[in-house]
Design a protein around this ligand. Structure first.
Ligand code: FNR
Length: 341
């Protein structure tokens, strides 16, 4: 049954990508153009560092899948693409592995294809410390993602309805594993208050996982005849809003959710992200064009990201935070409501 759900998620996420009209709140963020700010391409380095982690590039393939035969094949291709392009990669939720150890290979293939890369394991916030350790061990993971997805659980008839234990359990997992823990939302966003709570719980990094791309309320509604919670579509804060909300956060933040192109990556970095994750867009490229198309796409994104830094006069991703930005429209209203300067 988990395997069917994983296949449904892939199918519906790709359908959503095909129907996507393109606009999201990253469009409310513009760089002020300074015509003579540019530097030389050879002086640009894409490396990023946060919470003791060093990445050669500030872009990663975010959590998606595993647990069924089909999604194991997808993970194999994602692992190959990560190896060939040098981007870090996260596994999808490893709950299926705890229920059925026979599907271990559909996750561990990520590491087999990518022996030297940066790999993140992924568990939910109710996982025991023992399971979290097993997830890290299976992938020889460099870090552990814990996903928080209360909206998705609410929309799922079979979903969890007991959320009170999630925060303390996250604290136990963070204390009990010996790799850095990253807590991520799955597309509804982490608020400033949540990021502060995560720091108190001993979490090293927050992946803001905001609205604007893959919408799990719509995906779960799409899995059944009666879309009971259709009105929850659009719930949460956009990734750009989360980044503005988390200015001055006590722990480093990553940005994901609705990242459509290299300009969105640059915008997210300029708004303070230490790295930027992509799921839906890359999944669609893989399923439409195969692993070669995904490798070409990621290579192009990295090349264009370096070109944007050159144009903007930023030697590193961190340097982008000093560029002049203009915030428009609904995003500006969000900032006013939340008291953000
Ligand atoms: C996801 N995502 C996800 N996240 C997670 O932490 N564990 C998981 O198992 C999954 N599963 C999953 C399946 C599929 C098919 C997709 C497309 C996504 C959520 C993902 O990591 C990300 O937070 C959201 O998809 C938002 O980013 P994009 O898709 O807008 O780039």
């Amino acid at each position: 049954m988990i395997a069917d759900r994983k296949d449904d998620h892939v199918r519906l996420a790709v359908e959503q990508q095909q129907q996507h009209h393109g606009r999201n709140q990253f469009d409310d963020v513009s760089f002020v153009h300074h015509a003579l700010a540019g530097i030389d391409r050879e002086d640009v380095c894409l490396a990023t560092g946060f919470a003791g982690i060093s990445w050669r590039v500030p872009l990663y393939i975010n959590a998606m899948t595993g647990g069924s035969q089909r999604t194991g094949a997808i993970n194999r291709d994602l692992g190959i693409a990560a190896r060939e392009t040098g981007v870090p990669i996260a596994s999808g939720s490893m709950s299926a592995y705890f229920k059925d150890p026979d599907c271990a290979g559909t996750f561990s293939v990520l590491r087999e294809q990518n022996p030297d890369g940066f790999v993140l394991a992924n568990v939910n916030a109710t996982a025991s410390v023992d399971r979290a350790r097993r997830a890290v061990d299976l992938l020889r993971a460099d870090a552990l993602q814990i996903h928080v997805n209360t909206v998705q659980e609410t929309v799922m008839p079979e979903g969890d309805r007991s959320f009170a234990s999630w925060a303390p359990q996250i604290g136990k997992i963070a204390a009990g594993v010996d790799v850095p823990v990253i807590v991520k939302e799955v597309g509804f966003g982490l608020s400033r208050e949540t990021v502060h709570l995560l720091e108190d719980l001993g979490v090293r990094v927050a992946d803001l996982g905001g609205r604007g791309g893959t919408d799990f309320a719509r995906i779960e509604n799409g899995r059944r005849e009666l879309a009971d919670y259709a009105y929850l579509t659009g719930w949460g804060q956009s990734t750009a809003a989360c980044l503005l909300d988390a200015q001055g956060a006590p722990i480093p933040v990553l940005a994901s959710g609705g990242v459509r192109n290299p300009l969105d990556v640059a915008r997210a970095l300029a708004l303070g992200a230490s790295g930027v994750g992509v799921s839906g867009t890359f999944l669609r490229t893989l399923l439409d064009g195969g692993v070669g198309a995904l490798i070409d796409r990621i290579t192009t994104w990295l090349d264009q990201l370096a070109a944007l830094l050159t144009l903007l006069g930023a030697r590193t991703p961190a340097d982008l935070t000093h560029r002049d930005l203009v915030i428009h429209g609904g995003l500006r209203e969000f900032c006013a409501d939340r008291g953000i300067d």
